[in-house]
Design a binder for this molecule. Structure first.
Ligand code: MG
Length: 155
């Protein structure tokens, strides 16, 4: 078995969609970035790559590469999943934390979980999405950013 950890943070800005785990959420701001800035999916991708010591998301999908401008991060996740499988491994489970003051994510957690499970062809029981505020402290608490942490176990 192999374990991996991933972390990411993106700034919240006006005029961008807010996409978490492939789900577009209603909000007055979205996450800034070269790709679709899906911070949760990026954390999961880094955890998957880290589990097999295959580098990080920036090495595989450089943010200087125009191919990844506004890229659908769920497609990048599926690419990395195939890479994991090509190394003879499969995902046992994924646990995540998303840190956001607003919008409240808990009402959307099951939708996000279902979307990620579908993309990875896993049971929903294999995916955990936990939503935390940051008690109004730090960049997440001041609604300047959203961050995400992910841990994966591969068999
Ligand atoms: Mg990112």
């Amino acid at each position: 078995m192999r374990i991996g950890i991933g972390y990411d943070l993106h700034r919240l800005v006006p005029g961008r969609p807010l996409i978490l785990g492939g789900v577009t959420l209603p909000h007055d701001k979205g996450l800034d970035g070269h790709s679709d800035a899906d911070v949760l999916t990026h954390a999961i991708i880094d955890a998957l790559l880290g589990a097999l010591a295959l580098g990080d998301i920036g090495a595989h999908f450089p943010d200087t590469d125009p191919r990844y401008k506004d890229a659908d991060s769920m497609k990048l996740l599926q690419y990395v999943h195939a890479l994991i499988q090509s190394h003879g491994h499969q995902i046992i489970n994924i646990d995540t934390v998303v840190v956001a003051e607003r919008p409240k994510l808990r009402p959307h957690a099951d939708t996000i979980r279902a979307r990620i499970a579908e993309a990875l062809n896993l049971e929903e029981q294999a995916i955990s999405i936990k939503a935390k505020t940051n008690e109004k402290a730090g960049p997440e608490g001041r609604e300047e950013a959203i961050s995400a942490h992910a841990v994966v176990l591969l068999g």
